[in-house]
Design a protein around this ligand. Structure first.
Ligand code: AMP
Length: 208
């Protein structure tokens, strides 16, 4: 079973996906993280997508689908974090199954507050200065790499990412709602409360 995890920037997709991995064994494929890795490695693809990602726009659909497809190859149980994000992507991914979609909903003002405090490590583990601080200030609990702010977590890029979400990703959510696959979760409460809600819905979806 594959679960797609969608919601505005800052809704907590990465945090929920990491928990789905730890508690249910889903392989975590974050489209954004896979693309950022291409930039870190300085690949040809990375050089092409860097300016697009830094201003907060979606990268061309075939690139996003390509990195996700490669990462999840022959994995039986995957959480697709931030994928698919546009109706056009659906046409490129006939071979990628989506069995349920979890939509994390949250108002825009809360998102801005969260993203301003977000810090990430080189391998993509997420922290928040106030709500989810690391044990040792400035360093990742899991791999010890230093924490930094993402290039697209600045006000201008945040606003653009929100516009992109409203314009391109909301129609995808409508599409899955019509297909009866959508599970709605209020992502405004504290992370533990959000996780309890997600866990309950996933358990009943997988019959556990
Ligand atoms: P995220 O880490 O989910 O916040 O994504 C960061 C950035 O990666 C987005 O603003 C886009 O530039 C790019 N991105 C992530 N997922 C996709 C996708 N499914 N399609 C196109 N671009 C994506």
């Amino acid at each position: 079973m594959n679960i797609s995890l969608l919601g505005p920037p800052g809704s907590g997709k990465g945090t929920v996906a990491a928990k789905l991995h730890r508690e249910f064994g889903f392989f975590h494929a974050s489209a954004g993280q896979l693309l950022r890795r291409e930039i870190q490695r300085g690949t040809q693809l990375g050089r092409k997508i860097r300016p697009i990602m830094e201003r907060g726009d979606l990268v061309p659909h075939e690139f996003a689908v390509g990195v996700v497809r490669k990462a999840i190859k022959s994995r039986p149980k995957v959480v697709l974090d931030g994928f698919p994000r546009a109706i056009a992507q659906l046409r490129h991914m006939e071979d990628i199954r989506v069995d349920r979609v979890i939509m994390l909903s949250i108002p825009e003002r809360e998102v801005v507050r969260r993203l301003a405090g977000r810090r990430v490590c080189a391998l993509g583990h997420n922290y928040h200065l106030q709500f989810l601080p690391p044990k040792r200030k400035g360093f990742c609990d899991y791999d010890g790499t230093s924490l930094r702010q993402r290039a697209d977590d600045h006000p201008v890029a945040i606003r653009e990412r929100f516009r992109v979400y409203q314009r391109q990703t909301r129609p995808v959510i409508g599409h899955y709602r019509k297909k009866g696959l959508l599970l709605m979760v209020d992502a405004s409460p504290a992370p533990e409360k959000v996780w309890k809600e997600v866990r309950k819905k996933v358990r009943s979806a997988i019959g556990g």
